[in-house]
Design a protein. Structure first.
Length: 308
């Protein structure tokens, strides 16, 4: 390739980049329809949007980083999301992997952005798959952090803490609406308490306590209701052939009849185990937006798998 051609290609590429950036900066139809008076907040995942919307209602426009069907642990922000972020007053984090790298960059783009940890005050527990880890391995601090379960939004007790953190941040942002937020929060807490009562009833007198999931998202839920989660994934990875064989043996011993999968991961290994032990495969979604209804649906699915 001649030097001239090379420069030409670079030039075209730069023009293309500028076009992409300019088009990303044009307001989209959905943005035009948002209320100018509204507060703008960004959350990492859909269940956090549920808490913001329950408390602030129509006063807030919520920008969600991890969209429907996207995998939360491998998520990277898209260029067009930066515009919404630059207009946001609050970013609610939830301890996802991308936040470590990206939150400092967000603060550079939008220095007035308030960063609120939705999960502040929640006691972190180890990931279920860590039971499979060997204890003789050296663990540094990063390993310990990695070994903690990031799915903190998936229990009624933790939901209550997230609701409180959300209420406090929104009331500070808009003190003129604090009374309304408090009222909405009280209703939400009442709903969470009633949900807890219904889940307790659904999960009482079960024949089995151990349930098997591909991706270990339900550790906090299991802890609150005295269940035990067995994960197919080991340290966030697909199991090796020998680990798969051990899981099949374990599933047989524990009388596992249903293996739970979620929409964002491959179901091949879960199906392989299910075939071997003649079990069913069922879906539970950790990232559904209707947090309350979703926890109830998951409780029913676990109950059906664990009753006589
Ligand atoms: Zn997860």
């Amino acid at each position: 390739m001649t030097n001239l051609n090379y420069k030409k290609i670079i030039g075209i590429f730069i023009l293309f980049l500028i076009a992409v950036i300019v088009s990303a900066c044009q307001p989209s139809n959905t943005e035009l329809s948002t209320n100018e008076e509204n507060f703008q907040v960004t959350v990492s995942i859909l269940p956090q949007a549920y808490f913001v919307e329950r408390i602030a209602g129509d006063l807030v426009d919520v920008n969600v980083m991890v969209g429907p069907g996207e995998e939360a642990h491998t998520y990277e922000p898209k260029p067009e999301q930066m515009k919404s972020l630059s207009q946001s007053q609050i970013l609610f984090t939830i301890g996802l992997e991308y936040e470590n790298v990206w939150v400092p960059r967000f603060e550079d783009i939008n220095p007035s952005l308030e960063i609120i940890d939705s999960a502040e005050g929640i006691q972190r527990i180890p990931l279920s798959s860590d039971h499979a880890r060997k204890d003789d391995e050296d663990h540094d601090e990063e390993d310990l952090e990695e070994g903690l379960d990031p799915h903190m939004w998936l229990s009624p007790d933790n939901g209550r803490i997230i609701a409180e953190n959300t209420l406090n941040a929104l009331s500070e942002l808009a003190p003129q609406h604090a009374e309304e937020f408090q009222e909405n929060f009280d209703n939400l807490v009442k709903d969470i308490e009633e949900l807890d009562t219904r889940i307790n009833a659904a999960l009482s007198d079960l024949a089995e306590q151990k349930f098997m999931v591909f991706h270990p998202a339900w550790g906090y839920f299991a802890k609150q209701y005295d269940l035990e989660e067995i994960a197919v994934q080991v340290g966030g990875q697909e199991p090796s052939a020998s680990e798969l064989a051990a899981l099949i043996k374990l599933a047989e011993e524990e009388n596992i009849r249903v293996i739970f999968v979620q929409p964002t991961f491959s179901t091949a290994n879960a199906e392989a185990i299910a075939r071997e032990i003649n079990a069913q495969v069922a879906v539970v979604d950790p990232l559904a937006e209707d947090w309350l209804a979703n926890l109830e649906a998951a409780a029913k699915a676990f109950a059906a798998a664990l009753e006589d």
